[in-house]
Design a protein around this ligand. Sequence first.
Ligand code: MTE
Length: 324
Amino acid sequence: MKMMGVAVAGCLVPACTMPGAQSPTAPTEDASISAARGTNEAPLTPTRTNRAAREEQNAAQPTPYAQAQQDELGSPLTSYEMVTGYTNFYEFTMSKQGVAALAKDFKTSPWEVTVGGLVHRPRTFGLEDLLKKFPQEERVYRMRCVETWSMVIPWQGFALSHLLKEVEPMGSAQFVRFESAYRPEEMPGQRMAGYPWPYQEGLRLDEAMHALTILATGLYGTPLPVQNGAPVRLVVPWKYGSKSIKSVVKIELVEEQPATLWSTVAPHEYGFYANVNPEVPHPRWSQSSEQHIGESGRRPTLLFNGYAEQVADLYKGMDLRQYF
Ligand code: MTE
C-alpha cells in the first residue's frame, strides 16, 4: 500500500460519506439525474447530421436493458441514470455526481486481473478470458451503502467461486484480498493526501466462495461504466457497499485477515466484516433504516440486507457487534 500523505484524524471522510454528514441524505432522482447529465447541452434538432450523430451515439452506448424488473422482494430496479450517476469512487472524487465526468477517460482496455498467493495454479486473466471462460448471468441485487442509501441493481457477472476454483486454493488459504487499480495520473483522487491507496478489500474464503458473491462485468445489460468499477468489480450484496471493490487488478489468497482501506483509515468505524446489520449502529449514525434511492421516506434496513436466509450460517456463533 502506498500512503499518500498523512492521515489526519477527523479530516478523513468515511466510505460513502460526504464531509460532515451526520445523517446522510440521498438526492431526489430528478435533481440528481440532471446534475449527472448536465443541463447545458443544446437539444438535437432533427437534421440529417444530428440523426447520424444520435445513431452513432446509440451504437457506442447500448441501450440499458434488464431481464428482471424487480428484486425477489418486489422492489423495482433503481433507474440506470441513478445507478450510473450517483456513485462512490474515491480514486476520482468524493463527489458522487462528479465521478462519471472525471472517470470518462480512464483506460479499461487492455485489462488484466492477477490471481495468486496461496493457490496451486496462479494465473493472470485478461478481461476477454474472464468474459469467455465464465458465462455471464444477470443478478439483481440490493446495494446498501454504509451511509444509509440503497439501490436495486441488475448486474451481469459470474460467481467468484468459479474463478477461485480455477486457481485451486491451497489448504492454508483462509482469506481473499482484492486490490483496485493504482494510476494516480488517471485517477485524481489518488493524488489526495491521507488515503492508503490502492483501495483494497478482503473476504473470508467461505464468504468469497458463497454463491451470492460475484465479479460483475456489466450492469443493465451494458459493460460496466467506469464510475461503477469498470471493467470488473466485486459485488457482495449482504455487506455494505464499500466491500464491493471496483476496477479490480489483483486477487490474492492469503492466510491472515487482510487490511481494508476503510478499516485502516478509521478502524473504530469500519470493521473487516461490514455485514449490513440494523442492530449495529455506525458510531456516528443509526443503521436501522435507509433511504432507497428514488423513493421518498425511509425503509427499515434488513439484517444482511435481506439475504439472511442464504448467509446467516456463515456467522453462526459470532458476536456481530464485535465482528462488525
Ligand atoms: N471501490 C473502489 N476502488 N473505490 C471506491 O471508492 N467505493 C465503495 C465501493 N467500491 C469504492 C469502491 C463504496 S463506499 C460503495 S458504497 C460502492 O463501491 C458503491 O458502488 P456504486 O458506486 O457502483 O454504487
